[in-house]
Design a protein around this ligand. Structure first.
Ligand code: NAD
Length: 497
């Protein structure tokens, strides 16, 4: 893609080619020799120089948030809702540019980034409408007395995001925290910092300075935010290992902190013998998220557990569909599958593929990297392994790439044991026309989000969150999300009878 496309989109969004943290309504400059180059992983081309925030910048962001928060809370739910609506309008007006920026930063196809950002805008609008649902309750605890609870904001909320859907996750996390009356300090993924900075700029003359701050950088910046004594509520999306590190750092800080952790998955899709094999094949491909994010989705159903009788027909249907997926550069409208997030991640995914071959799994399709104009990028072909055994690494570890493992089973007990034989517990998809089977399996499966004859879709208002090592707490629960960014206060009024 041309240098002009890259420069122009950054300029149109007010970012330029040097990007630093946005704190208290302005960009915080620093020692630019410490900057790192943010690259488009699909081509290796430079997008911008990004200056990582050290602890002093993180501290400045938290102080700015603390100073701004009382005024923000004092606007009331209607005042905050109106401003959030206006921010959503601004974001909607810049959606093509924001989506292109996310596509260049992630390597994901621009079509997918547009639909993700549009979902983020929609979520922001929905949260902006829900302020009046921030209700407490009254309790008839004494004769004549008045006993009620008030949900009140925590103050400053730390928001740490993963790289796969930058704008969508940003909106999903920031909107309820702001609606609850908190100020936020956002730490976007180091690979994809640009759209968060663009959003902060769009908000700069709309929200009071300090209400929405963005600190850019990697693990050291995130760690400083987690450990900051004034940040007592944190919402985090990322890998299990980092989630555990966040929990550890929170404890080591010596302060009690409330954490929401949205972590990884190794999710099963179970196909029962009465299912339609072609529908199941289509679901296996869609659920794997080969398109849009190249398998880099926490909810990807990367373990296909298919009844032995349907194995051949489902596998044939998968191979046929995978062959039609169009790989391409992320800024092209026709691209269905882009590049992985970085050359390092590409190598990691390829090493899983190599390991699976060595362990004896059968490579059915993919497994390599495309050539031509994609050779310079972090691409991996959509890959399917058959004859995967439960003990193999590709059956157990989250690859977070376009690799589907196929395992077979004979009876329901075996299917459930396979499905639950994992430390993860994020999503699961069940394919059967038998209602009793569907409900029996749905209740016994150890996962926080289960589909029956459906896959991949998230429904607004339906809580999404992981069991086991896949996380703590839920998101997408609309009014409940706003309440999750509040603390409950009980007030007891004695009445003399
Ligand atoms: P990651 O854990 O490497 O990074 C996530 C975020 O944490 C980034 O912003 C990173 O800079 C930051 N970070 C890194 N070390 C930190 C530390 N010590 N303290 C504080 N912050 C730190 O994850 P990733 O590679 O960006 O994303 C992929 C992972 O995210 C996968 O495991 C995926 O399943 C998961 N994910 C989960 C969900 C969900 O909703 N459950 C959604 C998307 C992604």
């Amino acid at each position: 893609m041309s240098v002009d496309v890259r420069r122009e989109v950054l300029d149109r969004l007010g970012l330029g080619h040097r990007c630093a943290s946005f704190v208290g309504g302005r960009s915080i400059d620093g020692e630019w020799e410490e900057a790192v180059t943010d690259r488009c992983p699909a081509t290796g081309e430079a997008l911008a120089e990004v200056l990582p925030a050290g602890p002093e910048v993180v501290d400045a962001a938290v102080r700015a948030a603390r100073a701004a928060q009382p005024g923000w809370a004092a606007l009331g739910v209607q005042g905050r809702g109106q401003l959030l609506h206006r921010l959503a309008e601004r974001l909607a007006a810049r959606l093509p540019d924001i989506a292109l920026l996310d596509a260049l930063d992630t390597g994901n196809p621009v079509v997918a980034m547009r639909s993700g950002a549009a979902k983020g805008v929609q979520a922001m609008r929905e949260y902006a409408e829900l302020g009046l649902e921030m209700k407490g309750e009254t309790v008839p605890a004494s004769a004549g007395g008045l006993h009620f609870t008030i949900p009140q904001p925590w103050g400053t909320v730390g928001v740490i995001t993963a790289y796969n859907h930058p704008t969508m996750y940003l909106c999903n996390k920031v909107s309820p925290a702001l609606m609850a009356g908190n100020a936020v300090v956002v730490k976007p993924a180091e690979q994809t910092p640009l759209s968060a900075l663009a959003l902060a700029r769009l908000a700069a003359d709309l929200l009071p300075a300090g209400v929405l701050n963005v600190v850019v950088g990697g693990s050291a910046t995130g760690d400083a935010l987690v450990r900051h004594p004034e940040v007592c509520r944190i919402t985090f999306t990322g890998s299990v290992g980092t989630g555990v590190a966040v929990q550890r750092a929170a404890a080591e800080s010596g302060r009690l902190k409330s954490l929401t952790l949205e972590l990884g998955g190794k999710n099963p899709i179970l196909v029962f013998p009465d299912a339609d094999p072609q529908a199941a094949a289509a679901a296996a491909v869609r659920g794997m998220n080969f398109t849009r994010v190249q398998g880099q989705s926490c909810g990807s159903t990367s373990r296909l557990l298919v009844h032995r009788r349907l194995h051949d027909s489902v596998l044939a249907g998968i191979v046929e569909r995978v062959a039609r997926i169009r790989l391409g550069l992320p800024d092209r409208e026709e691209t269905e599958m882009g590049s992985l997030i970085s050359p390092q991640h590409q190598q990691r995914v390829l090493s899983y593929i190599e390991g699976a071959r060595r362990e004896g799994a059968e490579l059915v399709t993919g497994g390599g990297v495309p050539g031509g104009e994609l050779a310079a990028g972090a691409y991996v072909e959509p890959t399917v392994f058959d004859r995967v055994e439960p003990g193999m690494r590709i059956a157990r570890e989250e690859i977070f790439g376009p690799v589907l493992s196929v395992l077979t089973w004979e009876d329901e007990t075996e299917a459930l044991a396979l499905a639950n034989d994992t430390d993860y517990g994020l999503t699961a998809s069940i394919w059967t026309n038998d209602l009793s089977t569907a409900l029996r399996v749905a209740t016994q499966i150890e996962a926080g989000y289960v589909w029956v004859n459906d896959v991949e879709r998230r429904y607004p208002g339906v809580p999404f969150g992981g069991w086991k090592q896949s996380g703590l707490g839920v998101e997408h629960a609309l009014a409940a999300d706003i309440l999750s960014f509040t603390r409950s206060k009980s007030v007891n009024v004695a009445v003399t009878l």
